[in-house]
Design a protein around this ligand. Structure first.
Ligand SMILES: Nc1ncnc2c1ncn2[C@@H]1O[C@H](COP(=O)(O)OP(=O)(O)OP(=O)(O)O)[C@@H](O)[C@H]1O
Ligand code: SF4
Ligand SMILES: [Mg+2]
Length: 342
């Protein structure tokens, strides 16, 4: 039986700006099991980074606010948890790799000392020499020579810096790793090396990983399950096979993937879809995707769709009126792509 590690339920997050209120997450729900890798995919502005920042409770002070919903990590309630308890979690049980390694590195501290700081904060029982040994060990694990631990971040290449960040993120052997486009800033060959490294480390430590990426090849290669996000909600979620091989999909997923690529062929990067994501300060009624959807029905402009499980075995979920078998049969009649339920 798989064990739940993280459970996000109906999460609503806003950003208060001078121009108005940005509705960034609008009823976001998903869970992660221990040891699994969940890919979080969606266009720019879908709310992927906001999701990761909410889990760490690192939303910008007084601007980013969790309005509703819950985030449970094991039995700990992150939304109501104190800052003191969150400080204990961050970098220890949950850590994050940002897109730009310099976001996580201090330019004026030697990299060995930066990794040691994480251990000093979370492993009070470790002696100085134990910490030193652990720094050497984790640097070796990520493929960096220990002789370079007294160098500063600017003395490393982009790929090496990201390895340092991975070392920092993994040194306390977290249960959950949040990786926000961890390789986008790197060139292609280094990307592959860093991803391979993350995959191996994750497997060795049985860490769960939330992998935010635009790259469907990476998703197919590394993830166990995928959540497709649109305008702050998950519109489709399932196993890799559900997303890449099953016949039922959310119209947005179909648009995003161009056509659904199969796992054998090289998956491509996300396809640009005609039209724009709705203005998060002025979200439309009904389904947020309705003005870009070729399958749009009358109900879609009025009522938000429910989450429908289209495959009970895998829990393949699609949030779309097309998959509601109990209602709107008149609306569905004559649709070109009437869904075939498994
Ligand atoms: N600090 C902020 N202040 C105001 N609005 C913000 C802030 N951060 C994010 N937003 C808005 O919240 C929404 C979600 O943004 P988020 O950064 O989570 O998207 P994303 O999916 O990570 O996008 P990308 O793929 O570009 O990284 C967007 O409309 C964005 O403009
Ligand atoms: S609910 Fe309607 S508008 Fe939304 S994706 Fe489904 S068919 Fe398209
Ligand atoms: Mg982002």
């Amino acid at each position: 039986m798989s064990e739940k590690l993280l459970e996000i339920d109906n999460l609503r997050v806003i950003y208060k700006t001078d121009e108005g209120v940005v509705q960034a997450l609008n009823g976001l729900s998903f869970h992660m099991d221990k040891g699994e890798t969940l890919g979080l995919v969606g266009e720019t502005g879908a709310g992927k980074t906001t999701t990761a920042l909410s889990i760490l409770k690192l939303l910008p002070d007084k601007i980013g606010l969790i309005e509703d919903g819950s985030i449970k990590f094991n039995d700990f309630d992150i939304v109501t948890g104190s800052e003191q308890n969150m400080r204990k979690l961050r970098g220890d049980k949950i850590s994050m790799i940002f897109q730009d390694p310099m976001t996580s590195l201090n330019p004026i501290i030697k990299i060995g000392d930066q990794i040691a700081e994480v251990l000093e904060l979370h492993r009070a029982d470790m002696t100085k020499s134990e910490i030193e040994a652990r720094v050497d060990e984790i640097l070796t694990t990520v493929g960096l020579p220990t002789s370079r631990k007294d160098e500063y971040p600017h003395q490393f290449s982009g790929g090496m810096r990201q390895r340092v960040v991975i070392a920092m993120a993994l040194t306390c052997e977290p249960q959950l790793l949040l990786a926000d486009e961890p390789t986008t800033a790197l060139d292609v060959t280094i990307q592959a090396q860093v991803l391979e490294l993350m995959k191996k480390l994750k497997e060795n430590l049985n860490t769960s990983m939330l992998l935010i990426t635009h790259d469907l090849g990476v998703v197919a290669d590394i993830c166990d399950r995928v959540a497709i996000m649109y305008a702050g909600t998950v519109v489709e979620m399932g196993t890799i096979e559900d997303i890449f091989e099953a016949s039922n999909h959310h119209p947005y997923t179909i648009g995003l993937f161009g056509s659904i690529p199969d796992l054998e062929n090289d998956a491509e990067r996300l396809n640009p879809i005609k039209g724009l994501m709705p203005d998060p300060m002025n979200l439309p009624t009904g389904c947020y995707f309705h003005d870009r959807c070729q399958e749009c029905m009358e109900i879609c402009t009025i009522q938000e769709p429910d989450n429908h499980i289209v495959d009970e075995k895998t829990n393949h979920m699609i949030k779309c009126h097309l998959f509601d078998r109990t209602k709107h049969s008149d609306d569905l009649e004559g649709k070109m792509h009437e869904p075939a339920f498994n």
